[in-house]
Design a binder for this molecule. Structure first.
Ligand SMILES: NC(=O)c1ccc[n+]([C@@H]2O[C@H](COP(=O)([O-])OP(=O)(O)OC[C@H]3O[C@@H](n4cnc5c(N)ncnc54)[C@H](O)[C@@H]3O)[C@@H](O)[C@H]2O)c1
Length: 267
């Protein structure tokens, strides 16, 4: 199998480290808007092949992995699916945009392409998916971040909230996942994944706390429905990019392993 990897940052690195040990994968074309970052991957990893020509690399690949940004999902996602390729999306928050989401889902279904959205930085998405086959009354995500994780957020500035002056755990946002996506465009991957796995952006509720006494991004998911009740809590160790949890990168690797092996446990 040949892959096009868009984004040679933190998740891209963890993917390639693991791909070196996956015999099913022969070649990984690497594309990045920062050219030298993609070139460095070619030097670092045997299977990595630097490319400037994203479209021809896409044609030659079986799977396109986006590990870059919301804009990369918009720019390359529809094209990959139009070419009949499978697409793994890490910047899942991009799917909070309803028109892009509809376009990608419809292209996947018309062209028989698959879209993979790994579980990312949260636990419980597979159970939530199963639970959503019957009635769900409530999905609530409580995210707690250290102040550094929510610096330069326009929504907080407009509300007059200075995260650096917060001295104890403080609720800074409460609302629906759709509203959360607008308020925290760079922090919405987890709420987007939960919305898609469960009851959608309108019904999924989000609370965001700032806590100066923690170092790890913490997510608590509470679910109530016909199946019963669930509570999942994860304290995430950051990866080399402080904005990305190590678990999120590992979820991309786990998804890829399922794709190449054809064995899907706990999906
Ligand atoms: N699903 C989840 O739970 C989850 C968790 C963490 C991060 N993410 C998302 O995954 C993505 C990658 O995360 P990361 O930590 O590897 O980021 P990173 O900043 O370490 O690396 C991203 C790389 O992509 C490149 N890039 C950005 N836009 C591009 C474009 N349009 N075309 C080509 N290259 C582009 C950048 O130059 C950079 O080298 C981010 O959007 C992040 O929000 C998702």
């Amino acid at each position: 199998m040949d892959i096009l990897l868009i984004g040679s940052g933190n998740i891209g690195h963890v993917l390639l480290e693991n791909i070196e040990r996956m015999p099913e994968i022969e070649r990984v074309y690497v594309f990045d808007i920062i050219e030298h970052a993609a070139r460095d991957m070619e030097k670092e990893f045997q299977k990595a092949v630097f490319t400037k020509d994203v479209r021809s690399a896409m044609k030659d690949s079986d799977l396109v992995i986006e590990a870059a940004s919301h804009s990369a999902v918009r720019e390359y996602g529809p094209e990959a699916l139009r070419m009949g390729k499978d697409l793994m999306i890490m910047s899942v928050g991009a799917l909070s945009d309803e028109s892009l989401r509809k376009e990608l889902f419809s292209l996947a279904s018309h062209n028989r392409g698959r879209i993979y959205a790994p579980s990312g930085a949260v636990f419980g998405t597979s159970g939530l998916g199963a639970a959503s086959m019957a009635g769900i009354d409530e999905v609530v995500l409580e995210t707690t971040k250290p102040p550094a994780g929510l610096r330069n957020v326009d929504y907080l500035k407009k509300k007059g909230i200075d995260v650096n002056s917060i001295t104890e755990r403080t609720l800074v946002f409460e609302g629906g996942a759709e509203e959360a996506a607008k308020a925290f465009p760079k922090n919405v991957n987890v709420s987007a994944t939960l919305s898609l796995a469960g009851i959608g952006f309108n019904r999924t509720k989000v609370r965001v706390f700032v806590d100066p006494d923690i170092e790890r991004n913490t997510h608590i998911v509470r679910i109530k429905g016909d199946f019963g009740e669930a509570l999942c809590r994860v304290e995430n160790v950051p990866s080399s990019n402080p904005g990305t949890s190590y678990l999120a990168a590992l979820s991309a690797v786990a998804t890829l392993r399922k794709i190449v092996s054809g064995i899907w446990i706990g999906v």
